[in-house]
Design a protein around this ligand. Sequence first.
Ligand SMILES: *Cc1c(COP(=O)(O)O)cnc(C)c1O
Ligand SMILES: [Zn+2]
Length: 399
Amino acid sequence: MSFLTHLECPKCGAAYDPSQVVNLCACGSPLLARYDLERLARAVTKEDLVGRRADLWRYWEFLPLERKENIVSLGEGFTPILRAPNLGRELRLKHLYIKDEGLNPTGTFKARGAAVGVSKAKELGIKKIALPTAGNAGGAWSAFGVKAGMEMIIAMPQDAPDLAKKECIVTGATTYLVEGLISDAGQIIARGVKEYGWFEASTLKEPYRIEGKKTMGLEIAEQFNWELPDAVLYPTGGGVGIIGIWKALNELKEIGWIEGPMPKLISVQAEGCAPIVKAFAEGKKESEFWHGARTIAGGIRVPKALGDFLVLEAVYSTKGTAVSVSDAEIMEALKLVARTEGMFICPEGAATVAAAKKLRDSGFLGEDERVVLLNTGSGLKYPELVEIRLPIIKGLQGA
Ligand SMILES: *Cc1c(COP(=O)(O)O)cnc(C)c1O
Ligand SMILES: [Zn+2]
């Protein structure tokens, strides 16, 4: 069923056979899935999508599976793009939208990457998957992995959110807590991969997670009726989502389903961990390792992304920008969204709200532009962020 032809290295151009298990290119770069888009365009039209299943598998022609029976699904994707007029009034943006990824299984958009990554791994006959995570990817991959009957090995920072740890524990994943950051957890996993032959599904070290996240771009195009918005703001950690959206839009452009300028892709990071923003400000093509990374938005606490050069290319080539916000601004934005739109969003998503405010103030975003914020997860996954300070009322019994 697939139109997948090969895996391609965006750095050196080398091609790999997708029927084999591959991680990185020999040159060290991540690999990107390439499709026979001409044949794909003859096989499917926009109209064909109407009435298909309301999850990301509605786009199966754009996905890498050969056989539908290998699909491992928990209902991921096809999340709503909600208008946010009350928040828009506060930010002076007349056409503001939030794509709510918090409605995905396991509460974050990590479910997209896990669904496609695990499904393809199943198709390739993989039985044991290992990955480091800041928390949410662990929850998502262990859920899909277990459903596929695989053994999952997860390593995460010891200070990752409790809920993410519990998701891994409850699904029976072998779970390791590691001193330090996701990069330290990554080193532990890399050692295990070498010693025990696990399949490594670290961010961008396998080529299909990004194909799952790409569906956010397909959905943005379809949900806007193929008339793209002017800007998309994305909270960037490993950058898979923003690279994926950019890849999807390029594929759609190539088959003629969308035209005109691309939305400005805007990479948002936290002030305490902003390697992409720094590289962008310096006009560089790659980022440097960010020492002492700190932010309450754990999903974007990634000191050095393997795909940083692709994130920067997406931003440069769409005339986007990269901007950082403080943890205080994130918390303020999180409360503002809850109080105006009734949505308890995650701190990473809140970072895009704070960034939109900054970019509106600076004039980078115009009042009439159609702006989409990616809320990458549910605030329900971060209960520790909200303090409870309420009086206790005595019961009336015996009064
Ligand atoms: C992982 C994560 C991010 C960052 O995603 P990338 O695609 O790796 O940049 C953002 N928000 C949340 C909630 C996450 O879990
Ligand atoms: Zn290469």
